[in-house]
Design a protein around this ligand. Structure first.
Ligand code: F0G
Length: 454
């Protein structure tokens, strides 16, 4: 049996609430879990980003932070730690991943340019579009089938990529690849697929840039699943991957095991210089990039810790165990289970609720009411939009249970599984929601809803 490869030194109390209290909380929050104070939540699975528990070494590192404005000791330790894994020449710290994206796309994306990726994460897409570029998804088609069990369902469709590059020749600044593919269920990409993608980039003389947020989890899957990789260490696999690219954007809030931080790494000196000039304008001097010295110190240690294979094995199995418990009771989820989250398939879970009545949001609210668990809807509330007076709904209607790193115990995870199963048993009692307030963009953050019935 796998046990947590760490023990608890500091505890943070979490509060139990009654169903009546939760009913009042969710009503006041307009049936939107983003509006619920975290105090009223027992288990928070809203995101795995910035929610990790730091180690004793990272906390000790905070005291060692060098807060010099320029040339901080902590920066050099951070740079050395990043280079030992990613290998790139220029390493630019930022306070989170989307700033790295913003710097890169502001410099490299001109109006009408096209940026291919397996699937762009929301902030990546938004930053491309903000620069009036087109964010193009080229993932294999199986990624959209929630029941298709492929080992590397995050893979790029290299033929689709090649066609896109031929069609948009001269308008593609670089190719991106997201490891693991968050928007497709946290699914990994294989080494073989990265190699094939690299070959396509070479045909067109283009750089390959990774969105590396969950790189360690992706490497672990390669070690587990890819022929000939079992004998390699996760660190070796990471170095092999990044050697095939020309740079990366990184949110250290995921596989950096910190609460804030990120970076942009590039081999291309000219591109790096232009991004650095912008960094100075919006984030700060190049040796701190919007962070305190202590944050750089915590990241330097986090990147090494995340490659610990006992940690990764436990991490991936904890998420997988949650998924398996649900599958054992026929709860519909995205298969296979990815690295950082279990995604409930709300369309199959609540077939009686049409997309216009937000089945994903109904399910997320029901789980909160049942057990004080916060998840996030990734469906018609998040991605639905009105075009020429007509509502357009996304293909997938999901609820993500993202598991923070090193935070919850096996008992917590079992509680989550039991609670989801309980909601599933009583699913016929659930009914739809309707929107009563919504903002013109990113409406899911501030929307207010109310139940259609009682
Ligand atoms: N790329 C991917 C694949 C991500 O999942 C995220 C963040 C980012 C980039 C942006 O990083 O938040 O540090 O600016 N994902 C979080 C999530 C927010 O909940 O999945 P950031």
């Amino acid at each position: 049996m796998l046990t947590e490869p760490y023990k608890i030194k500091v505890v943070e109390p979490i509060k139990r609430t009654t169903r009546e209290e939760r009913y009042e909380v969710i009503r006041r929050a307009g049936y939107n879990l983003f509006n619920v104070p975290s105090e009223d939540i027992l288990i928070d699975l809203l995101t795995d980003s910035g929610t990790s528990a730091m180690s004793d070494s990272q906390w000790a590192g905070l005291m060692m932070g060098d807060e010099a404005y320029a040339g901080s000791r902590s920066y050099f330790r951070f740079e050395q730690s990043v280079r030992s894994i990613f290998g790139y020449k220029n390493i630019i710290p930022t306070h989170q991943g989307r700033v790295a994206e913003n710097l890169l796309f502001s410099v490299a994306v001109k109006p009408g340019y096209v940026v291919p990726n397996n699937i762009h994460f929301d902030t990546t897409r938004a930053n491309v579009e903000h620069n009036r570029g087109v964010a193009l998804d080229c993932v294999i088609k199986e990624a959209y089938d929630t029941r298709c069990r492929l080992p590397f369902k995050g893979n790029m469709d290299t033929e689709k990529l090649r066609r896109a590059l031929a069609e948009h020749r001269g308008k593609v600044p670089f190719v991106m690849m997201t490891i693991t593919n968050n928007s497709g269920g946290g699914q990994p990409v294989s080494l073989e697929n990265i190699r094939a993608t690299r070959a396509v980039c070479d045909e067109f003389g283009l750089q390959l840039i990774f969105d590396a947020c969950r790189f360690a989890e992706n490497c672990w899957f390669i070690k587990e699943r890819e022929a000939g990789c079992n004998a390699k260490s996760v660190s070796e696999i990471a170095r092999e991957i990044f050697a095939m690219g020309d740079g990366c954007t990184m949110s250290a809030k995921k596989d950096g095991l910190v609460n804030i931080g990120g970076f942009l790494a590039l081999n291309d000196d000219k591109l790096a210089e232009e991004c650095t000039n912008l960094l100075i304008l919006v984030e700060g001097f190049p040796t701190y990039g919007g962070l305190a010295g202590r944050d750089l110190e915590a990241m330097a240690r986090g990147f090494q810790e995340v490659l610990d294979e006992d940690y990764l094995t436990f991490r991936i199995h904890q998420v997988r165990d949650l998924g398996q418990r649900l599958l054992d009771e026929d709860v519909p989820i995205v298969e296979p289970v990815g690295g950082h989250a279990v995604y409930l398939d709300a369309r199959r879970f609540l077939p009686q609720i049409p997309q216009r009545e937000f089945p994903g949001q109904v399910l997320a609210c029901a789980l909160y009411l049942e057990a004080g668990i916060r998840s996030v809807e990734i469906g018609s509330l998040m991605f639905g939009r009105t075009e020429n007076g007509k509502e357009i709904y996304p293909e997938l209607e999901l609820v993500r249970l993202a598991v923070p790193r090193r935070v919850y115990t096996t008992t917590h995870i079992r509680y989550v599984a039991e609670s989801v199963i309980e909601v599933f048993r009583n699913k016929d009692r659930l009914s739809g929601l309707r929107l009563v307030h919504s903002a013109p963009v990113l409406r899911h953050f501030t929307a207010r809803l109310e139940p259609l019935a009682g």
